[in-house]
Write a protein that binds this ligand. Structure first.
Ligand code: KIV
Length: 257
């Protein structure tokens, strides 16, 4: 509970850093810089080239999360519940319990507002900590991804959904691709923090797919800033290894029994 309080208390004080991780070695580095490590179902497109996150299975989420758990020591660890894994109250609770039991994560994230509020309330009533996700919802969006909250109607809907989630007891809400003034208003109106992705500077925190910001995943998404060309550094190391093997410099005596 202290971990959740720490996140909530950051609202209006300091920005919350959230990053995705899909495996141990990345997770242990990310853990040094993040408040929240998210095992996102974005792993479907990033690691498996799935055309949609709908194809991600519960087992895939659990296996990657088990690896991430080995690297996360201090941050709050959140795992995405995959598509179709929370269609009813019972399904949601059984799957959330399975995720938490097998991965030892701290919380689960579900996409949606009013449409899934029954399941969210049921999870929270059963002591499952939940992170919300509003705006662009990759699991239910068909076709082109568009920003949300541009019209007054959408803005009102998002505000209502955010209040519903807060009243249900979620500890924070991811806002994906939400128009700047809408994200600002939602953030101002809530007591819990918003974590933005493509939703402006006004959110209480930010999340990005780590592979995107490190330049490992080629993407043209508007909100993604490439903070490093990690591919370049990986290639320097791999090229050196291949060259040393070909020239018989490696393994020298030092590296041989
Ligand atoms: O799946 C994911 O990685 C996410 C974040 C991008 C918010 O849901």
């Amino acid at each position: 509970m202290i971990k959740f309080k720490k996140i909530i208390n950051k609202k209006n004080k300091s920005k919350i850093i959230c990053l995705t991780a899909y495996s141990k070695n990345f997770a242990s580095e990310i853990d040094k810089h993040a408040d929240i490590v998210l095992v996102g179902d974005s792993l479907g497109s990033v690691l498996y080239n799935y055309s949609t996150t709908r194809k991600v299975t519960l087992n895939e989420m659990i296996n990657h999360s088990k690896s991430v758990r080995l690297g996360v020591k201090k941050s709050l660890m959140v795992v995405d519940m995959p598509f179709k894994s929370y269609d009813t109250n019972t399904l949601a609770l059984n799957n959330a319990k399975k995720i938490i039991k097998e991965t030892k994560c701290d919380a689960v994230k579900l996409e949606g507002g009013k449409k899934i509020i029954k399941q969210i309330k049921f999870l929270i009533k059963n002591k499952i900590p939940v992170m919300g996700h509003l705006g662009l919802l990759p699991q239910t969006t068909k076709g082109k991804f568009k920003s949300k909250g541009k019209t007054q109607k959408e803005k009102r809907q998002l505000l209502n959904d955010a209040m519903l989630l807060q009243n249900a007891g979620v500890f924070s809400i991811v806002l994906e691709c939400v128009q700047t003034s809408t994200a600002k208003e939602i953030t101002k109106n809530l007591d819990i923090p918003t974590i933005g992705i493509g939703s402006s500077i006004h959110c209480d925190g930010q999340v990005l797919v780590t592979d995107d910001l490190l330049g490992l995943n080629e993407t043209k998404i508007k909100f993604v800033k490439k903070f490093l060309n990690l591919k370049k550094y990986i290639n320097i190391g791999l090229k050196k290894y291949a060259s040393d093997v070909r020239s018989k410099k490696y393994p020298s005596k030092k590296y041989s029994y």
